[in-house]
Design a protein around this ligand. Structure first.
Ligand code: PAF
Length: 282
């Protein structure tokens, strides 16, 4: 496995693979990889001849008061995980390689991004769409792999690829959880022992909400209320949102029917803002 830091090196490598007729899978990440990322890399390795992983903490998708400076980084551990999972290339650029001083072109979206995380993180999806677009243009993969934990991001990327006629298959992969239920996230590392314990209200609320829908509850307000009660039972938890939306539009639903996303975002004290969700078709 090689680690490169320039766009040109990625392009040269991918061109060489293409000449050999090899297919290319791509896993974009911000690093500090955990078993969730590992599952994406392994899936990509199983479905493609060669796999590129990008590790880039993208400044453009962080708001001014967000955790860009403190976002955890560990290239050595990330490299080991990628190599063991079978990746062929890591692209680890510096911000200057991705954004020249003169940079002024963006990919933006309406609609899907005006809900859920887009409301409390107004610049986030413009940054995600722009960097993912750039990474796709650099790597030119056949397939790209995204975690369902970031369900809105997955929907946004799928829509961008469709709207902008990109010839890339977007593959969503299931949420990976700790044994006690907490969804794996690089941001879990911010949690104190107490915060880590109280953060379990996220997965508890998700499991309870899913169970209610599976048992036939179709009123989103009833499901949301039950989930809010669970989250609010943790003194450190402050709800950003608990929403039940249509997966295709990210708009709130009056009745739970069709392809549904139930998504939550919760602050644990001032330690971390965590997200979790379930998707269900009823
Ligand atoms: O999900 C992430 O880690 C990031 O949003 C992504 C897709 C790598 C873009 O920076």
């Amino acid at each position: 496995m090689n680690i490169v830091s320039t766009k040109q090196e990625v392009r040269n490598q991918v061109k060489a693979w293409r000449k050999e007729g090899l297919s290319v899978g791509f896993v974009p990440t911000m690093g500090y990889l955990h078993e969730g990322h590992e599952s994406l890399v392994k899936r990509a390795v199983a479905e493609n001849d060669r796999v590129v992983v990008s590790i880039f903490v993208n400044p453009m998708q962080f708001g001014p008061k967000e955790d860009l400076a403190t976002y955890p980084r560990d290239l050595e551990a990330d490299s080991k995980l990628c190599e063991a999972a079978g990746a062929a290339l890591i692209f680890h650029p510096e911000p200057e390689e991705m954004y020249e001083d003169t940079f002024c072109s963006y990919v933006d979206m309406n609609g899907l991004t005006n809900a859920l995380c887009g409301l409390s993180r107004p610049v986030h999806f413009r940054g995600v769409c722009t960097v993912v677009n750039k990474l796709f243009n650099i790597v030119m993969p056949d397939k790209a792999y995204f975690g369902e934990k970031d369900a809105q991001q997955l929907a946004v990327v799928k829509r961008m690829v469709k709207d902008l006629d990109m010839d890339i298959e977007i593959v969503g992969c299931p949420i990976i959880r700790e044994e006690d239920g907490l969804a794996k996230s690089s941001r879990n590392t911010y949690l104190s022992k107490e915060g880590r314990q109280q953060a379990l209200v996220l997965s508890k609320a998700i499991f309870a909400g899913k169970d209610m829908v599976e048992k036939g509850e179709r009123n989103p307000e009833v499901v949301k209320k039950a989930m809010l009660d669970i989250i609010n039972s943790a003194p450190m938890a402050r709800v950003d949102y608990v929403e039940i939306v249509d997966v295709a539009t990210m708009k709130n639903v009056d009745v739970i029917t069709g392809e549904i996303l139930c998504a939550i975002a919760v602050y644990i004290g001032d330690e971390a803002r965590l997200i979790d969700n379930f998707m269900i078709s009823v």
